[in-house]
Design a binder for this molecule. Structure first.
Ligand code: TXA
Ligand code: MG
Length: 313
């Protein structure tokens, strides 16, 4: 156990805020059973109080103690995907207080696999409430320096853990209803969940109301520079038409007419891993617009497409 992790756990016990690496994105952590610490977390994050926050644990056993009911599907998914980039929404036990759940009767639980997150969770012992360590609505951080750039002195400590391997937030599966629903797509795909449960799993269509979750907002994960999705076949014409400085995120080779061009991998996992760093880079390029080449309309691109659509809303 290294000193930084021990210090981080002490800060959490004292009600402080610690940003820490996970395999998805960096989280802004607080003791999930400390109302004051969570209140400060929401304030720093700039997040409305009625938005629930995910609680992180070292093991499935510890996580499930925060649920009043653990359906068979939860055990099956936990066994297959935890530790890893999956969040389960379950009915909450009395351990999950209203200040965590946004007053809803359910709670989001996750067991991350990143070794530093695991060390911190084991050393701390309890649940760590952690949204992504960025200001509300912005691009999630995938490195410690992203966190420092976003939150600066508002966080008591930032634990180093390299660049997040997955790069986009966890898949969220709601198990509180009669059938499982994917609330937010991620590295664990709907198809993998269906195969694991051997049951049909629905995707939450946008705009069908409850439950509340900020990743479900139309504009989210967004850079400050206006961004637009453009179909591959329309990209050339769009570039020719634009007069202002433009930054482009695309699969193809750079175009000379464009001021700032980032080329992305054609593999969805590799694309996801680089996505947020790329959006940050394009955002700071000083262009008046960002154009994003739309990824393929296939299942394996669902999570990346979801983030791009919201970044461009
Ligand atoms: O990968 C991740 O999930 C990262 C890392 C840090 O673990 N965390 C993350 O947290 O993305 P956050 O707060 O930025 O997004 C979590 C999403 C939000 O949209 C939140 O509203 C939703 O999960 N959520 C949490 N509890 C919920 C609940 N009981 N019902 C519905 N949605 C919930
Ligand atoms: Mg977030």
């Amino acid at each position: 156990m290294n000193d930084a992790v021990r210090r981080a756990a002490e800060i959490l016990r004292a009600g402080g805020l610690v940003a820490f690496p996970t395999e998805t994105v960096y989280g802004l952590g607080a003791d999930a059973s400390n109302a004051d610490a969570v209140a400060r977390l929401y304030k720093v994050k700039g997040r409305p109080a009625e938005h629930p926050v995910i609680v992180h644990f070292a093991t499935a056993e510890a996580a499930f103690a925060w649920a009043s009911e653990v359906p068979g599907a939860a055990h099956v998914l936990a066994k297959r995907f935890w530790p890893g980039p999956l969040t389960l929404i379950l009915k909450c036990s009395e351990k999950a207080k209203g200040f965590i759940t946004g007053g809803q009767p359910s709670v989001g639980l996750r067991v991350p696999s990143h070794p530093v997150a695991q060390q911190l969770l084991r050393e701390f012992g309890g649940g760590i409430a952690a949204p992504s360590a960025n200001r509300f609505g912005g691009v999630s951080p995938t490195t410690a320096s992203h966190v420092r750039a976003d939150l600066g002195a508002d966080v008591d400590m930032v634990l180093e853990g390299g660049a997040s391997e997955v790069g986009i937030e966890s898949t969220i599966v709601d198990l509180t209803g009669p059938a499982p629903v994917v609330l937010r797509p991620g590295a664990v795909t709907r198809e993998q969940i269906e195969a694991t449960l051997q049951a049909a799993v629905r995707d939450k269509g946008t705009g069908d109301g409850a439950p509340r979750h900020s990743g479900g907002l139309e504009r989210h994960y967004a850079p400050r520079t206006p961004a637009r999705l453009v179909a591959t076949h329309a990209l050339d014409a769009e570039i020719a038409r634009l007069k202002d400085a433009v930054a482009v995120l695309a699969f193809s080779r750079p175009d000379e007419r464009v001021d700032y061009w980032l080329r992305m991998p054609r593999d969805p996992a590799a694309y996801a891993q680089r996505l947020y760093a790329a959006l940050r880079e394009l955002d700071s390029a000083g262009c008046s617009q960002i154009l994003v080449e739309a990824p393929p309309e296939t299942a394996e691109w669902a999570a990346v497409r979801d983030r791009l659509v919201r970044a461009c809303a």
